[in-house]
Design a protein around this ligand. Structure first.
Ligand code: ATP
Length: 935
């Protein structure tokens, strides 16, 4: 067995070969797949894990540690004790019922937790960061979690470094190591073995997990994974991000605590009152009171709330994933719901990134390029022969060939004869146009690439250096890039076969040309070149070579807007959300496309990167209020725009794809990365990933986010009002016993509901209907409202008011039933206490079930979309049937102190309980009428 597990104390002191030998790997081919699989099994996944997974029994046990549950268990124990002392007559019914309730609650809680965990785990899989490795000489893209020691990493710009590794090859590799060293400048790495041990930030021949490649490429041997990495050494809570409670969960926890306190106060008050009023004080009475107090406390506190909340959030996350929006944390669902600005890239998100050159402009004239189609899947479609609306002049061949040479895309013919592009669509557009115009034939044999100065969105240009075999192997620099940028580096222009000095007229003509293209919503690129002198140094290709260029011509590229983007923008505007376009493209192209898409009206202001540089923060804060199009910006400008928008009180969702966009994505409230064209670094920094790179998906996600928040408010309304109804029933029932004719034998105080009945109500009416409300279909008007302010509470004054009104009505209806059935009181009845209590108990349950339909909206009638939620109907019917059972089945009568009711009484109960629905309809009607009269 190779010395695989030898500890590499400091691989930076060993040569790549020595490291490879120690790790038992081949520095050219990498590990073979079998060995990689074996090591993966042996070492475990390459993840940072701070908190070990809890086991099932631990989670089950945790269900019983809730103070309320403990209270219930204590009550059950006391009830059993009294039953034993009393001589064990029959069964200890109270204790049994309490035990069952506790167990059922624990099972429900476990199921809900499992469901939420499952959804979060599924998300973690979808947002997995990947790495490229060579295994057995084959290049593979694998989840970074599967990296093992000895793997040969292949790094490129935009990659997140997946593990600690020793470089074996590096080409202009710049790594951003801030997460590890705090150093914000990217570090230039090389492969040289270090003579002595140095600190982390100076180990130039190493790369570390958690850092990012901002430029260049490399190969490196993995020396440590998982918690053995340098990141692992400092990680204590890194993977806790998904588990951190969301603002809403914190708000709910706060409310639960308050309610817990209220519960204690209410329980003590009620029990105290009963004891004070009551004449008899037998041990059984005392136990009865204790049970009542505990049950009341249980009724007040919506103990299932946190679990239901995470299930509902998690299900929202799953639904979003189904719509191509992968959010990484539950909190992001909430934040999405309150987004007030969506700042989006243009290319690929608002447009289709299907680039087709349609115009070529040079000093000698213009050529229209037609017949070149481009299909969404990257296939190039032939539409007959291309037409050039003028004789193809030499400069125009030079533009297309030059553009093709100064790029990295490829055009390939597949087995079935169709053409396929590979690489950047902008670059591929040159290859396609060149081929269609028949200008490609000699290029590939004539030029031989020797160096490259890469494109960055900061530079907005790229160059290659090639040897020209037709000109005595002379070296030539060929550049393509944004015309305005390129022009600044040109001193000459090509006219026909001549090179002439570029005077002011010449520049003005070129800018006019560019203007005609940009105003037609075309993306523009220019091409220039310069023959290099024999003594110019190209070994370390440097940007100073890009000077004194010869301007050749400009192309206009059409990149059609996504049709669905315009629809989504309208929807966003309707929802009070501003859409902002931030692009590297030319200001006039940007404004034209923004106007076509409906982001702005024509004539709207546009700010360029240069404009932004000239503004100080105060001026920018003012400017962002008016400006929705930003053009020719570099990634660093995005950060300023986000900050200014946030300072203005906005919740900002922002897209990004390049490695330099990561800081802006982190700063935004919701950073959004592109699933298809985005870099690993941006996916890592983002809170949401667009699987389809499509703007419309963002708006869909906002809609889902708002829907989830709405649903949460629905079940909060339901649970809180129902629980309040129960408490008020008991409390008012005891206080107003005289008015109701409620008293036990021999003048003893009687309670309106028995402890076991209260527990039953909680069991059958809480979790099921509340969960079903959590998946309520989104009502159409979620996008007709303005975004929720981040400071706004979910449970606001309006919600509380509704809760109190409904709770009071519910209690009054229930107590009215009691009075109606009992002799004496305000209304004279004829039924015995057990019968009256059964009716009262049933009305309370049914009123809660009616209340499910009320709670679905604050203003809309319950009858609107009454049957839209099948789950809710299922839950309501099930609870209804269980209530029938508890009243009509003999064994349950015994346990719950109920007696069977004739059909007429059932009818009466349903009619009275429905009062809660009619009351709510009335209330909503008044509210709608008032809203209608308000302007
Ligand atoms: P967005 O930020 O909306 O995605 P974008 O993709 O147009 O906008 P960049 O990719 O930064 O922004 O491009 C900015 C400009 O740089 C383009 O308008 C074009 O002139 C030029 N450009 C784009 N791609 C290349 C390339 N591969 N080589 C040379 N120049 C390019």
């Amino acid at each position: 067995m190779p010395a695989l597990l030898t500890d590499l104390d400091d691989p930076s002191l060993l040569s790549p070969d020595a490291v490879a030998r120690t790790l038992g790997t081949d520095p050219a081919q990498g590990l073979n797949t079998d060995e990689a699989t074996r090591r993966r099994a042996q070492d475990g996944p390459n993840t940072l894990r701070a908190t070990p997974r809890t086991r099932l029994w631990q989670r089950a046990l945790a269900q019983f540690t809730d103070p309320l549950v403990l209270l219930l268990l204590v009550a059950a124990a006391i009830a059993t004790g009294v039953w034993v002392l009393d001589g064990r007559h029959g069964w200890p019914m109270d204790a049994i019922v309490i035990g069952l309730v506790v167990v059922l609650n624990a099972v429900l809680g476990l199921l809900q937790e499992a469901k939420a965990d499952h959804a979060v785990a599924a998300l973690a899989r979808m947002t997995e960061v990947t790495s490229s490795v060579l295994r057995g000489g084959q290049l593979q893209r694998i989840p970074s979690a599967d990296l093992v020691r000895g793997d040969l990493l292949v790094l490129a710009e935009g990659d997140a470094v997946g593990a600690d590794a020793r470089l074996v090859e590096a080409a202009a590799l710049h790594v951003q190591e801030a997460p590890l060293t705090g150093e914000s400048e990217a570090v230039l790495k090389d492969t040289a073995t270090l003579p002595e041990a140095v600190s982390l930030g100076d180990r130039l021949c190493m790369v570390y997990k958690g850092t990012a490649v901002v430029q260049g490429s490399a190969k490196a041997l993995v020396t440590a994974t998982g918690m053995d990495t340098e990141m692992g050494a400092i990680a204590t809570l890194l993977d806790a991000t998904t588990a951190a409670p969301t603002p809403l969960q914190r708000e709910i926890a706060r409310i639960s605590r308050t309610l817990g306190l209220a519960a204690a106060v209410i329980a003590v008050t009620v029990v105290g009152t009963v004891l004070a009023l009551s004449a008899t004080r037998t041990p059984a009475d005392l136990v009865g009171m204790l049970l009542l107090g505990v049950s009341l406390a249980v009724a007040v506190v919506p103990e299932g709330l946190p679990a239901i909340l995470s299930v509902v959030l998690a299900m929202g996350v799953q639904r979003m994933a189904g719509r191509q929006a992968i959010v990484k944390t539950l909190a992001a669902v909430e934040t999405l719901g309150s987004a007030s600005v969506i700042a989006s890239d243009k290319t690929g998100t608002l447009t289709r990134a299907e680039m087709t050159i349609v115009r070529v402009l040079t000093a000698s004239g213009s050529t229209q390029v037609t017949g070149v189609g481009y299909a969404p899947d990257g296939r190039v479609e032939h539409q007959g022969a291309a037409l050039a609306a003028g004789p193809l002049r030499d400069e125009q061949t030079a533009v297309l060939s030059g553009g093709s040479l100064a790029g990295n895309a490829d055009l390939r013919q597949t087995a079935d004869g169709t053409w396929e592009i590979q690489g950047d669509p902008t670059e591929a557009a040159f290859l396609v146009a060149e081929r269609k115009l028949g200008a490609h034939t000699r290029r590939s044999t004539r030029f031989e690439r020797i160096a490259e100065l890469p494109f960055t969105s900061d530079r907005k240009m790229m160059s290659t250096i090639a040897r020209d075999h037709d000109h005595g192997d002379e070296r030539v620099l060929i550049t393509k890039g944004a015309p305005d940028v390129l022009l600044g580096r040109c001193t000459r222009a090509r006219v026909g076969l001549e090179m002439v000095a570029l005077d002011a007229d010449g520049r003005a003509r070129i800018l006019r040309d560019v203007g005609t293209l940009t105003d037609a919503a075309l993306r523009t690129l220019a091409v220039a070149y310069r023959p290099l002198g024999p003594d110019e140094d190209t070994s370390a290709a440097n940007e100073t070579l890009e000077r004194d260029l010869v301007f050749v011509g400009t192309v206009g590229i059409i990149d059609p807007p996504r049709p669905e983007a315009a629809v989504a923008i309208r929807e966003a505007h309707g929802a009070g959300i501003r859409v902002v376009m931030i692009t590297g493209d030319h200001p006039r192209t940007a404004v034209r496309i923004a106007t076509d898409l409906g982001i702005v009206e024509s004539g709207a202001p546009v700010l360029s990167g240069a404009d932004l540089d000239a503004l100080d923060d105060a001026a920018l804060a003012e400017a962002v209020r008016r400006t929705s199009v930003y053009a020719r910006v570099a990634p660093r400008h995005k950060l300023r725009i986000v900050a200014a928008l946030q300072a203005d009180g906005n919740v900002v969702a922002m897209t990004g794809d390049g490695v330099n966009d990561a800081p802006a994505l982190k700063a935004a409230d919701i950073g959004i990365a592109m699933g298809r064209t985005g870099t690993e670094v941006t996916k890592d920094a983002a809170r949401m990933i667009l699987a389809d790179d499509n703007f419309a998906t963002i708006v869909q996600a906002v809609r889902e986010g708002r829907g989830v928040l709405d649903n949460i408010r629905k079940f909060l309304r339901y649970l809180l009002s129902s629980n309040l109804g129960e408490v008020l029933t008991v409390f008012l029932g005891i206080v107003g016993a005289g008015l109701l004719g409620l008293h036990g034998e021999g003048g003893a105080v009687a309670v309106p509901l028995l402890a076991t009945q209260i527990l039953w109500i909680n069991l059958i009416t809480d979790a099921g209907p509340a969960l079903a409300m959590g998946v309520d279909p989104i009502t159409e008007d979620v996008m007709a409202r303005r975004p929720r302010k981040p400071t706004e509470r979910v449970i606001d004054g309006r919600l509380w008011a509704g809760v109190v009104e409904i709770g009071v009505v519910m209690a009054l209806l229930t107590l009215f039933t009691l009075d109606l059935f009992l002799p004496g009181g305000l209304v004279e009845g004829t039924q015995p206490l057990a019968q009256a209590r059964t009716a009262c108990f049933t009305v309370l349950v049914l009123a809660q079930l009616f209340n499910c339909f009320n709670a679905r909206s604050e203003t809309a009638s319950a009858f609107r979309g009454l049957f839209a939620n099948h789950w809710l109907w299922g839950a309501v019917l099930l609870s209804g049937l269980l209530q029938v059972a508890v009243v009509e089945v003999g064994a349950l009568n015994l346990a719950f102190g109920t007696v069977p009711m004739p059909a007429a009484q059932w009818g009466l109960c349903v009619a009275i309980a429905s009062g809660v629905l009619w009351f709510s309809e009335l209330r909503k009607g008044i509210r709608r009428a008032m809203a209608y009269r308000r302007p």
